[in-house]
Design a protein around this ligand. Structure first.
Ligand SMILES: N[C@@H](CCC(=O)N[C@@H](CS)C(=O)NCC(=O)O)C(=O)O
Length: 203
């Protein structure tokens, strides 16, 4: 029996959720260690991630920080079918393109709007909404022509983009105008062993 991977994360963090998604889809046992903001400032945590951010994993002594880096590590290490991260140059680049979107427009748009609405952080909501609108317009047109973001099947690109797209309404960004995005989210949710991110508590 492999030792459970330790995942330092949070239940309402989309960055953490994308890692939980892949761990579930790969059937890897893991232990979620809830790491609230104060615990991210301790010397022990900062030794694992000097940026003081979740998620971080500890896989039997192998420490990996940053959600997208963790996705790449887990796929390279545990995805025997090599479907989540294709190895051919074009396939790998297609995935990387959307990992960049997940760390870029998705983080600065929908995820930032949610930070303001749910966690009451001081953010520029109108700027975040504008970034989200541009991003979702592009994604919706793209998904009108493609089943998934980077290949004909789900890859790390879809996992990295799923959580904060699904949670966009928490930040006041409606998904109803984007019918192709909604269809894609539902396809992801029908994957076996898919687990949803919990809704934030009301208020
Ligand atoms: N690029 C990082 C971003 C992670 C991130 O923003 N984590 C948030 C929680 S969702 C955090 O720990 N923020 C605390 C901070 O920035 O001080 C990743 O993909 O893992």
């Amino acid at each position: 029996m492999p030792r459970p991977i330790k995942l330092y994360g949070g239940k309402l963090s989309g960055h953490s959720h994308r890692v939980e998604l892949l761990l579930g889809l790969l059937s890897r046992p893991y232990e979620l260690i809830l790491t609230p903001p104060a615990d991210r400032r301790t010397s022990t945590f900062l030794a694992m991630n000097p940026f003081g951010q979740i998620p971080v994993i500890d896989d039997d002594g192998v420490i990996v920080a940053d959600s997208n880096a963790i996705l790449v590590y887990l796929a390279k290490r545990y995805d025997e079918g090599k479907t989540w991260l294709p190895e051919d140059p074009v396939g790998a680049a297609a995935v990387q393109r959307w990992l960049s979107v997940a760390a870029g427009q998705l983080a600065y748009g929908p995820a930032t709007a949610r930070l303001g609405a749910v966690f009451k952080l001081p953010v520029d909501h109108s700027q975040a909404a504008e970034i989200a609108s541009r991003l979702f317009g592009v994604m919706d047109s793209y998904l009108a022509e493609h089943s998934f973001l980077a290949a004909g099947h789900p890859t790390l690109a879809d996992l990295a983009c799923y959580s904060y797209t699904r949670a966009a309404p928490d930040g006041g960004i409606a998904l109803s105008p984007y019918t192709k995005i909604v269809a894609w989210l539902e396809k992801m949710e029908s994957l076996p062993q898919f687990q949803r991110m919990p809704n934030p508590p009301a208020g």
